[in-house]
Ligand binder design. Structure first.
Ligand code: UDP
Ligand code: MG
Length: 322
């Protein structure tokens, strides 16, 4: 029988934290109902897989999805969702920054009828002022130009009903900005507040550069506004040029034509050159995404899949029937 709850846990070099993670998760989940933990090993270079297999041999409720290489958190999470079977699926980080103790609150909202219950950070411990500010700007930007309303201060830590998971699974785009996809599918949504802890072990693999790229994914994945900016920028510059031309004609008629204006000429040429390159770059960002999506490659490859016990039982039963 399928478990009631599936935890989806993407893992990249999390060997040091697995024991502590299991120690915190198991008691919480045991109090809620039948569960499985779908651990996705996202091409870790440390002992994560070995630790998972060791854990699996002690607790068959652990499922292991071993990806063929590192695909990144977003795709690892997707692989987890594809292999999760619970009626409710909870996505949680492996580094214990998402406290498992919040899960009962998420489940309570789900039982109250909400399909998507996201955990919202009350404050951010252990994160720099700059990281908090840039995150804030990003949410603001997405709110204004994106067509999705992103809930503030949320990560991937959330509970989803089966129908939300099935909806998400239909979206096989390669450039996947999960926060945006979560918001895009809709369905009745509720929030649960919690305090986010600093990382338990290991170190965060997000640098400002990866965050910047994530922001670009978010924006290009949900709005074509940057493409329109080029149109309006061009329009404004053209209008200014006409006005300036008129000014030059009048000035020449009144004051004659002493040859001047070399610095302003150069400035304008360089400025427009820069604007053109930038807008070309924006078009390139979209073009590259079109290129990547049109190849229609699978999102990931599974090197080995060890189902949780719940699933093994069911496979056996199906075999007997056929
Ligand atoms: N992760 C992953 N693949 C990656 C990078 C990260 O599966 O390429 C996992 C990681 O093991 C953790 C979660 O994604 O469970 C969040 O990663 P991290 O703590 O580095 O990010 P942050 O908490 O800073 O958002
Ligand atoms: Mg983390």
């Amino acid at each position: 029988m399928a478990p009631e709850f599936s935890l989806v846990i993407p893992m990249f070099n999390e060997a040091d934290g697995i024991g502590a993670l299991y120690g915190r998760i198991a008691p919480v989940m045991d109090g809620l109902g039948p569960w499985e933990a779908v651990c996705v090993n996202d091409g870790s270079r440390d002992a994560t897989l070995r630790m998972l297999e060791e854990l699996r041999s002690r607790d068959p409720r652990i499922a292991i999805v071993n990806l063929s290489r590192n695909f990144g958190k977003e795709i690892a999470t997707t692989a987890g969702l594809d292999h999760a079977r619970g009626a409710a699926v909870i996505v949680i980080d492996a580094d214990l920054q998402d406290p498992p103790e919040v899960i009962p609150d998420l489940v309570a909202q789900w039982r109250a009828g909400f399909d998507m219950v996201y955990a919202q950070r009350r404050r951010r411990d252990g994160e720099s002022w700059l990281k908090r500010r840039t995150a804030e700007w990003f949410y603001r930007l997405m709110e204004h130009v994106g067509r999705v309303q992103l809930p503030r201060d949320t990560g991937d830590f959330r509970l989803m009903s089966r129908r939300v998971v099935e909806a998400l699974r239909q979206m096989r785009e390669h450039h996947r900005f999960m926060k945006g996809l979560f918001a895009w599918v809709g369905f009745p949504t509720a929030a649960v507040l919690y305090d986010r802890a600093p990382r338990h072990a290991g170190r965060s693999s997000w640098s400002y550069w990866t965050l910047w790229n994530l922001a670009i994914e978010g924006i290009t994945g949900f709005t074509v506004m940057p493409l329109k900016v080029a149109t309006y920028l061009g329009l404004i510059v053209a209008l200014l040029a006409v006005a300036y031309a008129a000014f030059v004609v009048v000035k020449t008629l009144i004051l004659g034509n002493p040859v001047a204006g070399y610095p302003s000429l150069l400035t304008i040429v360089l400025f427009l050159g820069g604007v053109q390159l930038m807008t070309l770059g924006v078009i390139g960002e979209y073009l590259g995404r079109i290129f990547n999506e049109t190849k229609q490659r699978p999102l990931y490859f599974v090197e080995r899949y060890t189902p949780s016990e719940a699933r093994v039982e069911e496979v056996v039963r199906l075999d007997r029937v056929s």
